[in-house]
Design a protein. Structure first.
Length: 311
């Protein structure tokens, strides 16, 4: 598969080979970066970051990744300072930005916004989250982190906990895990279950999927517990949010029956779903995920720009 010019919109657009290829390129870049301090594959190239929604890690790790590749960055972190405020359409914004940059990273509250941007743009577009739909680059860094930690993904029992209805990270991750031989526990309040079409699709692909509300009973089974924040901003009404607010909290007492090797993951930001006392335990893997964001996004930028010959 030729990666130059390719868009990264949904995990569904990728094969298992594509995913494994990105992870292997990220690993080589991580090693090379550690050796040399900085790289220059993307010298002269410009990344445009268009963030219509708040972000800390995704935007800054994309920017860091581009700088570490020797390229430069333009962009905005809030639409309120742009002509969108004056009523400019997304299509016109994209048609403008592609004159200034060689690759676009976009985060937008609307499902399908990244796909629309990719249809309009000649340059590659990377989806940094579209509404509650997809967050494919987070998924790639999640898989990278699991693989680097366990040495494999096959054979693991993985629990996804929290807001499985509105959480885009878990939608992408569940779909990607279908490439592997894993057993999946979907743990959520009734109101926040994983959309049925995703669960059906996972089962059709041969995955063993359990749906449950019982965190404590499930913990002893797990190798990985992937925790998510309740996505307050996606609830159509505050009353619904209040019903599920604080449904789960992972703390040292919740983890007392866990395997010693259990790893707790979280895309961050966390609100109250993982107590900070877990941070110093051997279970915490969420800051390692933050670290993985840079090599994985370096790989995606380098591949879509077509500048990584020889890596
Ligand atoms: C996530 C997101 O934006 O979907 N954050 C991230 O990119 N690491 C998770 C969240 O906001 O809960």
């Amino acid at each position: 598969m030729d990666w130059k010019g390719r868009d990264v919109i949904s995990i569904r657009d990728f094969s298992k080979e594509d995913v494994e290829f990105v992870l292997s390129v990220a690993e080589r870049l991580e090693e090379e970066l550690a050796k040399k301090g900085s790289l220059d594959y993307a010298r002269g190239k410009i990344l445009a970051t268009l963030f219509f929604e708040p972000s800390t890690r995704t935007r800054l790790s994309f920017e860091s990744a581009m700088h570490r590749l020797g390229g430069s960055v333009i962009g905005f972190s809030s639409a309120s300072s742009t002509s969108v405020k004056k009523g400019e359409s997304l299509a016109d914004t994209i048609k403008t930005v592609e004159q200034y940059g060689d690759v676009i990273v976009i985060r937008h509250p609307m499902e399908g916004a990244a796909r629309l941007a990719a249809e309009v743009a000649e340059v590659p577009v990377i989806n940094a989250g579209d509404g509650s739909n997809q967050h494919p680059t987070q998924t790639l860094l999640d898989l990278y982190t699991i693989k680097r930690t366990f040495g494999r993904i096959d054979g693991l029992t993985i629990g996804l906990l929290g807001d499985l209805k509105y959480g885009r990270t878990v939608h992408s991750l569940a779909e990607a895990l279908a490439f592997y031989d894993v057993e999946l526990y979907l743990i959520s309040p009734e109101l926040l279950r994983m959309p049925k079409h995703i669960v059906d699709d996972l089962r059709e692909k041969g995955l063993t999927v359990h749906e449950t509300t019982d965190l404590e009973g499930t913990i002893p089974e797990l190798d990985v517990l992937y925790v998510t924040r309740i996505q307050r901003e996606r609830f159509p009404d505050e009353e619904e949010y209040l019903k599920v607010k604080g449904s789960y909290q992972v703390n040292l007492s919740t983890l007392k029956n866990a395997k010693e090797s259990l790893k707790v993951m979280h895309p961050l930001p966390r609100v109250d779903e993982i107590h900070p006392e877990v941070d110093k335990s051997g279970h915490a893997l969420y800051f390692r995920q933050v670290f993985s964001g840079v090599p994985v996004r370096m790989a995606l930028l380098g591949l879509t720009l077509g500048v990584l010959e020889g890596v």
